[in-house]
Design a protein around this ligand. Structure first.
Ligand code: GLN
Length: 485
């Protein structure tokens, strides 16, 4: 199947709301439509739990509210969303797609969930992901792999693969994911949807199961940039429960006007990189050409750190993960091995059985790079590399509006292909990780297709808290007439 074969009922909330207002659509009917889509696409394994009854009931309640007092409904009235299985939702299970949190029910909701619900969104279900958001393919899940709806048995990307496929296949209008090194943007690219990761601290992380806390941000997967902007406007802003949530004023992201020529940088080293797939290279060059024709400045700038990004990222994130995941010990919640004879054995058996191979690999790597004899050589050095990347990236963004590159150096690959070679898998993150290293916002929008209708996404990065111009330009870029391969 190619992307154009997927028919999408609504691609933006404003259209849903227009039809709800005119009476052409009712909210219960919309929820039923999405539930039907979830059932029809269940073989792709995007959902791990569907809240059918709850969503139907909420649709009835909101429908009633709308009929009695149309002006009283929230800004997200009509928006049906799914949540990645790392975002807490009170009274619902959250497991990070791991056996170690088997049966764990959240006692509170993440700040983002509270804010969505306060604006009358409907949560339709919990979606699959890589275990603890570690991965680039969504194969690393206790619920089994997710399949891309496009192509034959292709990965959807990861770790927010369930979110990307849920939106791609029109089972909801939007999905929340998390992005530590590309987990929103790369699956968006592989599935032909819009994936946005804001500035570090733009959105509260309260209620997001932590992977690497100095990198993690919640992001969105949508069909349109307009919906990404609206969701950001609703979710962004300070939060008493997360001291890293920024006080920086929340702008009107839904104002998508951008009426001047943009100045865009790209890295020649990226577009000539040996890892870059030939079709991705051609399409990237075509996007540059198209933007130049449209009157924008697109220039190559030197960036010497491309090949240091992945090693530094995997030292720092595994170090943080090894600390964050130490709380899953089988004592207070989640899975516990029942046969262990003493405390130490309980820890050992629970963690051995509860975590996947990939999660254990990262905990061990992270523990190693933080260990006394190696701290300086690995962790300390990676921190210094992060600083250099941060400084050079921000220096470029003082001179240019955006940095542009493909979100992924390669198209989606067949399920199972890179499983035996974790390093090959890690290298696929080469273009997305920079934004997390520097804490800047980034967005991936579909820009035409590769051969056989495989989606292709271009990523824009902007300076810290420059989400407004970034979204505006991304909306424009998304709507340009991209020719396919
Ligand atoms: N693929 C990257 C990793 O495995 C990114 C994951 C993410 O952004 N959560 O670390």
């Amino acid at each position: 199947m190619s992307l154009s074969d997927l028919s999408i009922l609504y691609t933006r909330l404003s259209d849903v709301q227009a039809d709800l207002k005119s009476g052409a659509l009712s909210l219960p009917a919309l929820v039923d439509y999405y539930l039907g889509r979830i059932e029809a696409t269940s073989a792709l394994n995007a959902y791990v739990e569907v809240y059918a009854e709850e969503a139907r009931m909420r649709a009835q309640v909101l429908d009633q509210k709308f009929r009695e007092q149309p002006e009283a409904v929230g800004r997200l009235f009509g928006m049906v969303v799914s949540l990645k299985d790392v975002i807490c939702h009170a009274g619902h299970e959250v497991t990070a797609a791991s056996k170690i949190l088997e049966g764990f029910e959240s006692l509170y909701s993440a700040t983002v969930v509270e804010r969505l619900l306060a604006e009358d969104a409907i949560v339709i279900g919990r979606v699959n992901c890589d275990q603890f958001a570690m991965g680039s393919t969504n194969e690393n899940s206790v619920y089994g792999p997710v399949q891309n709806a496009v192509g034959d048995q292709l990965v959807p990307g990861g770790s927010s693969g369930g979110s990307a496929v849920a939106v791609q296949t029109d089972t909801c209008l939007a999905s929340l994911g998390s992005d530590t090194g590309g987990s929103v943007r790369q699956p968006a690219s592989f599935c032909g949807v819009v994936g946005m990761k804001p500035t570090y601290g733009r959105i509260s992380r309260y209620g997001l199961l932590a992977y690497a806390s100095s990198f993690d941000q919640i992001g969105t997967l949508t069909h349109s940039v307009a919906d990404a902007a609206l969701l950001l406007e609703v979710m962004a802003g300070p939060d008493d429960y997360d001291s890293t949530a920024s006080q920086h004023p929340v702008e009107s992201y839904t104002d998508l006007s951008f009426d001047r020529p943009a100045k865009i940088a790209y890295f020649a080293a990226a577009l000539e990189h040996e890892q870059l797939h030939a079709e991705v290279k051609v399409r990237s060059a075509k996007t540059i050409q198209l933007l130049r024709q449209e009157g924008h400045t697109v220039e190559a700038v030197p960036f010497d750190y491309l090949d240091f990004i992945i090693p530094a990222y995997y030292v720092l994130t595994t170090a943080e993960a090894s600390a964050n995941l130490s709380r899953y010990d089988g004592i207070r919640y989640g899975y516990r091995n029942q046969e262990a004879g003493d405390l130490l054995e309980t820890y050992r058996k629970t963690r051995t059985e509860g975590f996947s191979e990939e999660v254990k690999r990262r905990i061990m790597l992270g523990t190693f790079v933080l260990s006394a004899g190696y701290y300086d050589a690995y962790y300390g050095k990676a921190q210094r590399v992060r600083r250099l990347i941060y400084e050079r990236t921000r220096e470029i963004l003082q001179e240019y509006d955006f940095i542009m590159m493909p979100a992924s150096p390669v198209p989606p690959w067949p399920i199972g292909e890179k499983n035996e070679d974790p390093v090959a898998m890690y290298l696929a993150d080469i273009f997305t990780v920079q934004a997390n290293m520097a804490g800047i916002p980034a967005i991936c929008v579909p820009c035409g297709e590769l051969q056989n209708g495989i989606p292709f996404g271009i990523q824009l990065m902007a300076d810290q808290f420059a989400e407004r111009p970034m979204l505006a330009f991304a909306d424009y870029l998304h709507q340009l007439p991209h020719k396919s391969f």
